[in-house]
Ligand binder design. Structure first.
Ligand code: ADP
Length: 182
């Protein structure tokens, strides 16, 4: 038994109000902003975020699903935003879980290599992208716990979940996962 579960917390709330080293954005491959949490982060950060995203896209063309890039956080209280495009749900047979796990792992690895210690995640892909929350939550939590188990450099990961149903689904999945570890 290690202390990785103690470094993961679930909260209900709006991720744009978080004060953490980096907020993770459920982005799209063009880093273009949009609806849901992506739109909320862009509004809260201000136009400097869109400009930095546009400069990245000019350099790399597009950000593939499951990959991650980092920008400053503009007017938000957090220092950085890590952008990762989640998979669109296509029924489960199109590698969605592998891609979703990659989003969490790549975001954590980028935070670690950038010297960051605290992160806040939304529930990637479970809004407009249609990934069922009861399937996304166990995969997301398992991937984060595995990473924390191997990497002491990340001190705290918080999932900031916007609505009651999502929060309760993550809570149930976390209890099941911790029971497995114990
Ligand atoms: P995706 O396109 O990856 O599905 P969405 O933004 O549509 O992303 O939804 C992902 C999750 O983010 C959903 O659970 C949605 O309710 C939630 N969400 C929306 N706005 C916020 C916010 N301000 N803070 C945290 N979570 C949010």
């Amino acid at each position: 038994m290690n202390n990785c579960a103690a470094r993961l917390r679930l909260e209900k709330g709006d991720i744009t109000f978080e004060k953490t080293d980096a907020v993770v954005n459920a982005a799209n491959c063009r880093l273009a902003g949009g609806g849901g949490v992506d739109g909320a982060i862009h509004r809260a950060a201000g136009p400097a975020l869109a400009a930095e995203c546009a400069a990245i896209i000019k350099r790399i063309g597009r950000l593939e699903t499951g990959k991650a890039v980092i920008t400053a956080a503009g007017g938000m209280k957090s220092r950085f935003v890590i952008h990762t495009p989640g998979p669109v749900w296509k029924g489960g047979g199109a590698g969605e879980e592998t891609l979703l796990r990659s989003c969490y792992r790549e975001s954590l690895a980028l935070a670690l290599s950038s010297g960051l210690k605290t992160l806040a995640f939304p529930s990637i892909s479970t809004g407009v992208y249609g990934y069922p929350t009861e399937l996304a939550a166990p995969a997301a939590l398992d991937e984060v716990l595995r990473f924390l188990n191997k990497n002491a450099g990340i001190e705290l990961v918080r999932f900031v979940l916007y609505d009651e149903d999502t929060f309760m689904t993550y809570e149930k999945a976390l209890k099941a996962n911790v029971n497995t570890i114990a």
